[in-house]
Design a protein around this ligand. Structure first.
Ligand SMILES: Nc1ncnc2c1ncn2[C@@H]1O[C@H](COP(=O)(O)OP(=O)(O)OP(=O)(O)O)[C@@H](O)[C@H]1O
Length: 232
């Protein structure tokens, strides 16, 4: 249902990712792994349309996605960028409302639903997002992406700088939305344990390319691969 086909892209004239193809099937959670700087975030930005394609394309539900990020969002592509993007001077409620409205959904209803679904945010509903802890901001960033009602959710290093209890909470939320709402997920990560607690297979990147596509069991069993490609 979500495909990146022969993606080549980068910044200015510099090519960072080269000829990458990957698929996330309906209802799947797939990990995108690789050491620092291999191009995971660049591939995510390519997928969302935030950087222009030098070559290749993105397909959502077998339709070629237009390049504008807002059009991809309307087709069902949700995105949580690295660094937990929230509006710091808006309240938790306003952050969710703005995200819902940006994709044409009723802000009031969405906020009411989300405060039920994200009990951690409910007591903070009127607080400014900038005053939340790092982990709470990451959960809010996830709630914002979900408020756009995506079919496929792209997450860029959601565990970075987040304390273990919130990482567990996040894994629980991701499994729940995947199982109950059928939202497919592509998660770029360095935290192998987190990824393999939610994903059944992974693509591993090296120097701007996909080096290998591997299922969870094979990756867990292959310590050499873990060390060589992931440095763990
Ligand atoms: N905005 C940018 N302009 C120019 N080069 C960039 C930009 N963002 C990233 N790069 C370069 O692209 C390469 C890949 O970086 P990218 O952030 O995509 O990797 P990554 O696998 O996500 O790494 P990390 O885990 O550190 O986020 C790096 O060499 C980086 O310096």
């Amino acid at each position: 249902m979500f495909k990146i086909i022969n993606a080549t892209g980068g910044y200015g004239k510099t090519t960072i990712i080269q000829d990458i193809s990957l698929t996330v099937n309906e209802g799947e959670i797939v990990a995108l792994l690789g050491r620092n700087g291999v191009g995971k975030s660049t591939l995510m930005r390519y997928a969302t349309g935030l950087i222009p394609a030098m070559d290749g394309q993105v397909e959502i539900d077998s339709k070629i996605a237009p390049s504008a990020p807002a059009k991809r969002a309307k087709m069902g592509l949700g995105y949580v960028p690295q660094g937990r993007f929230v509006f710091p001077r808006m309240s938790v409620t306003e952050n969710i409302a703005v995200a819902a409205a940006s994709n044409g959904y009723n802000p009031k209803q969405t906020v009411a639903d989300f405060l039920k679904d994200f009990p951690m945010l409910a007591p903070k509903a009127s607080d400014l997002a900038g005053g939340l802890s790092g982990g709470q901001q990451q959960i809010l960033a996830l709630a914002r992406a979900l408020a756009t009602r995506p079919k496929i959710l792209l997450l860029d290093e959601p565990t970075e700088g987040v304390q273990p209890s919130i990482i567990d909470e996040m894994a629980g939320i991701l499994k729940r939305i995947n199982e109950q709402q059928g939202i497919a997920i592509l998660v770029a990560e360095q935290d192998l344990d987190f990824c393999l607690s939610i994903a059944k297979r992974a693509y591993v990147m090296e120097k701007g390319c996909i080096k290998i596509a591997v299922d969870k069991e094979s990756l867990l069993a292959d310590k050499l691969l873990q060390q060589e490609l992931l440095g763990v």
